[in-house]
Design a protein around this ligand. Sequence first.
Ligand code: NDP
Length: 362
Amino acid sequence: MTTNSRRQFIASTAALASLPLLAERVNAQAPGRKLGVALCGLGSLATNQIAPALLKTRNCRLAGIVTGTPSKAEEWKKKYGIPAANVYTYDTMSQMAKNKDIDIVYVVTPNSLHMQHTLAAAAAGKHVYCEKPLEISVERCQKMIDACKKAGVQLGVGYRLQFEANNQECVRLAKEKVLGDVKIIDANFGFAIGDPTQWRLKRDLAGGGALMDVGIYCMQTARMITGEEPNWISATEVKTDPVKFKEVDETISWQMKFPSGVISHSISTYGANGLMGFRVGTSRGFFGLEPAYFYNGNRGRRSDGTEINIPVADQFATELEDFADCVLNKKPTKVNGEMGMQDVKLLMAVYDSIKKGRPVTI
Ligand code: NDP
């Protein structure tokens, strides 16, 4: 986009946003009204997963968009019947305060923009659902939590596996000690990343590499299965392509110890395919999923021969319905900002261990 066309676009949406809103008059507080969600950042995840999921949700719907790309605004308006008054740029988000058609802003931008967009949404009085990782530092996560608290809105993090039946079945097996006590967790996730120019390889936008992007799933697995927080982390890093991965980590291997004596090992990588699951060793057997982290088809087995293969509805629709329920019933979401901040704290401890060349305690 040229600077000029971007400026014109921003100016025109600002003007539209300040007009009296027809949608506001028609839809606000109608009985049985679905909560309005505005998607902020119309990239791959928003386009291919979240928008289609919002067509399936019972208590919320795609009501608006926030984008920096005028051509996407036109496309989405037509495709999803979004009124012009519900189209914003990153610079006009404050205008949402007047728009009763929008209740929730779902932030789906690159990691280091999550804070800016969350703060803007919260200041406009909107609940925020934010993609993982919550942000790129603990301090920035804390600012997001504080801003949402101050605005009296909920902050949720897009941890879809917290609602995925096969992952949650594994949490049940651990909790109820179905195969004995959990002793060892081995959780790995990675893929061979393509385009060397993408934001995921830029430190200022991503905050880190494969660890921030996919290692976070392994971190979640270890925390979900143990129900505990690690108090010791030891990590090491390798780079096979120092040019492509000049700014961010390619492959990291790390171990964590938990207060109960559980030990976990994980690898996150942008260098190889084939790592996408976890296995839990217990005192009487094992259980695990492979794949564990996909949008669908997650499945696995237990050492007693039982398969773990529960049919699952759209994961994004499920997590959005849960968040909308929380907002409607004024009940706190389980995937809250504190959970997102704790993961970022632990990911930072992994980087700290690599930097110091020794284990760190937490
Ligand atoms: P994309 O690069 O596909 O999309 C990001 C979008 O953000 C862009 O299309 C753009 O939308 C907007 N944007 C605003 N500023 C910038 C900028 N400076 N550089 C690049 N894009 C910008 O990323 P994804 O959709 O894959 O990821 C977005 C977020 O979702 C990340 O935080 C990621 O970790 C998370 N994610 C979560 C997944 C999950 O399973 N929960 C899976 C994949 C991603 P526009 O043109 O509309 O302004």
